[in-house]
Unconditional design. Structure first.
Length: 236
């Protein structure tokens, strides 16, 4: 058995933190009795009511979003910054959570879902689901610099590296790199580049596994097809 807040999250009702708030506020009943402890185990086949309404099964939903630059990957932000949930406003959707993160200055492919087990599989480094990025930098790199990036570095006692670093194109004083990651450390690409004195001008996630961003418009959301769901794990 799992705790009540976690159980609600696994069912795709809401996030675990929101569920804990609902429970503490007395909005949730198990088998007709109010439960105030978010960690209270949920018995098998238990009836759960929220605000007097029986909990109905939620359809599992898998979305891709072309995240615009300047949005925070969070349901809410304590600093009052705009979040990716603004892209979902006006859409008739159940609760979904971001699968992994893109920082505020980054853009491109972001997955959202109400299936936490699927999300964990996508973000688990042991699953080796590659994340593909196109990154504009403030210089034209030579082969020695690319080799150092491929070799990886230690930054703040943390190893930073990439599965692949390739030059896509260059012109003038800037260049675009194709960088593939199999893990998602905080600001990993920006930090890796910064150790070599390189500034990141743009960072766009263009694919995850075999799923590509394609022609999805900036700020637009699309439900993943069965083929796209399979492609996520096929194109690693």
């Amino acid at each position: 058995m799992t705790g009540l807040a976690r159980h609600l999250s696994k069912l795709g009702v809401c996030s675990r933190s929101v569920a804990a708030q609902w429970v503490s506020a007395g909005r949730v009943r198990i088998n007709g009795r109010v439960v105030l402890d978010p960690e209270r185990p949920v018995p098998a086949q238990a009836r759960i009511d929220i605000d007097g309404n029986a909990l109905a099964p939620r359809r599992r939903l898998y979305l891709m979003l072309n995240k615009p630059r300047g949005l925070v990957t969070s349901a809410s932000d304590e600093q009052g910054r705009d979040t990716v949930y603004q892209c979902l406003e006006g859409l008739d959707l159940p609760w979904v959570a971001p699968v992994g993160r893109l920082d505020k200055a980054s853009e491109g492919l972001l997955l959202l879902s109400n299936d936490p087990e699927w999300a964990a599989r996508i973000t688990d480094p042991d699953q080796a689901v590659l994340k593909h990025y196109h990154v504009q930098i403030d210089r034209v790199p030579d082969e020695a610099l690319l080799a150092r990036l491929r070799a990886g570095v230690i930054d703040r006692d943390e190893p930073l590296g990439a599965v692949q670093v390739e030059l896509l194109r260059s012109g003038g004083k800037t260049a675009w790199l194709a960088i593939n990651l199999d893990e998602g450390r905080n600001r990993q690409i920006r930090r890796l580049l910064q150790t070599q004195g390189i500034a990141t001008l743009r960072l766009i996630r263009v694919g995850i596994g075999g799923l590509v961003l394609g022609d999805l418009a900036k700020g637009a959301v699309r439900e993943l097809s069965a083929d796209q769901l399979r492609a996520l794990f096929a194109g690693t």
